[in-house]
Design a binder for this molecule. Structure first.
Ligand SMILES: Cc1cc2nc3c(=O)[nH]c(=O)nc-3n(C[C@H](O)[C@H](O)[C@H](O)COP(=O)(O)OP(=O)(O)OC[C@H]3O[C@@H](n4cnc5c(N)ncnc54)[C@H](O)[C@@H]3O)c2cc1C
Length: 270
């Protein structure tokens, strides 16, 4: 039977953050619910209060400013992101990765922030956001803080978020605006599936960046390379940086092999 909880729907940031401050670890926030309700149903999560973020209007904002970059509010869905004209024009790797996430119907609920906070090694949004130098903006009743995405995710399903805190937005700077690149994801089936291994790549301003998912406890961002780097050099750096495991979906050897294949394919296409 589903664990019993109270549904809470604040309509302002103040109301939301005050409630979280008072209820602490008894509360869990959600937006799309596509990850949270799976864990509640399986008994892995047993919150007393399930707090819906969608009533707070400012959390639904997706904005682009040519001087500041992109801001993806907590409730912005993956479909909103990948259909946005500024994202399509300036951050095409987000479109490439987002359109690989689950199905159209699921992407109408699933949020970009929820995907990042879940911190699953196979989450599709973290590696392209890492390539783009994304930052995470956190808010609590005590104030706000901000950190690079690479520091926010600390392990498998682990982040730096505190119980009284929410991710308000993820921001993407303009440093790699209009980068070319792409996202390659290995799945067990041709249709929609979680990634077995995936590689994101961008090239802009004579710099190439690569990030790899599902090949280590957290997504792995490789050091920057000059845009004319040899494929073998990137592959060598990738193999040194990843620590893949064998599981029900794939062997570690096949994961390593496919990382090399995807790096070569992405570089040839770019
Ligand atoms: C059938 C199916 C297929 C899927 N396929 C894929 C796939 O191909 N690729 C992939 O990457 N994922 C996939 N997922 C996982 C999931 O859909 C995504 O991770 C989704 O983006 C999560 O977003 P959400 O808004 O639904 O998160 P929610 O379920 O609302 O929240 C997820 C977690 O993050 C926390 N959280 C959410 N928002 C905030 C916030 N603003 N501040 C603090 N904490 C927050 C919640 O408390 C919860 O712990 C799939 C899921 C299902 C059910």
């Amino acid at each position: 039977m589903l664990h019993e909880f109270s549904y809470v729907s604040p309509s302002s940031m103040d109301e939301l953050l005050t409630f979280l401050e008072e209820s602490g670890e008894r509360s869990t926030v959600f937006s799309g619910g596509t990850d949270l309700f799976v864990t509640i149903r399986s008994g892995l999560s047993r919150p007393d209060f399930v707090v819906d973020l969608k009533g707070v209007k400012e959390l639904g904002l997706l904005t682009f400013d040519p001087a500041e970059g992109l801001s993806i509010g907590a409730c912005v869905t993956v479909n909103q992101l990948i259909e946005d004209t500024d994202v399509l024009r300036h951050y095409s790797v987000l479109r490439d990765a987002g359109s690989e996430l689950a199905t159209f119907q699921l992407r109408n609920r699933a949020t970009v922030v929820g995907n990042v906070v879940t911190a699953s090694p196979c989450g599709d949004m973290s590696s392209p956001l890492l390539c783009l130098g994304a930052r995470v903006k956190l808010a609590s009743a005590g104030g706000e803080r901000e950190m690079p995405l690479g520091e926010f995710i600390t392990g498998v399903k682990r982040t730096q978020i505190a119980p009284n805190e929410i991710v308000r937005a993820i921001t993407v700077p303009i440093d790699h605006l209009d980068a070319v690149g792409g996202y390659k994801k290995l799945k067990r089936i041709k249709g929609h599936d979680l990634g077995v291994v995936a590689v994101a790549m961008i090239t802009a301003n004579d710099v190439s960046r690569f990030a790899i998912s599902s090949a280590a406890p957290t997504p792995v961002l490789l050091p920057d390379f000059p845009a004319n780097v040899e494929v073998a050099e990137v592959q060598k750096a990738a193999q040194e940086a990843i620590s893949p495991i064998s599981d029900v979906r794939c062997t570690k050897e096949y994961r390593s092999f496919m990382v090399d294949v995807f790096i070569r394919r992405l570089m040839e296409a770019a």
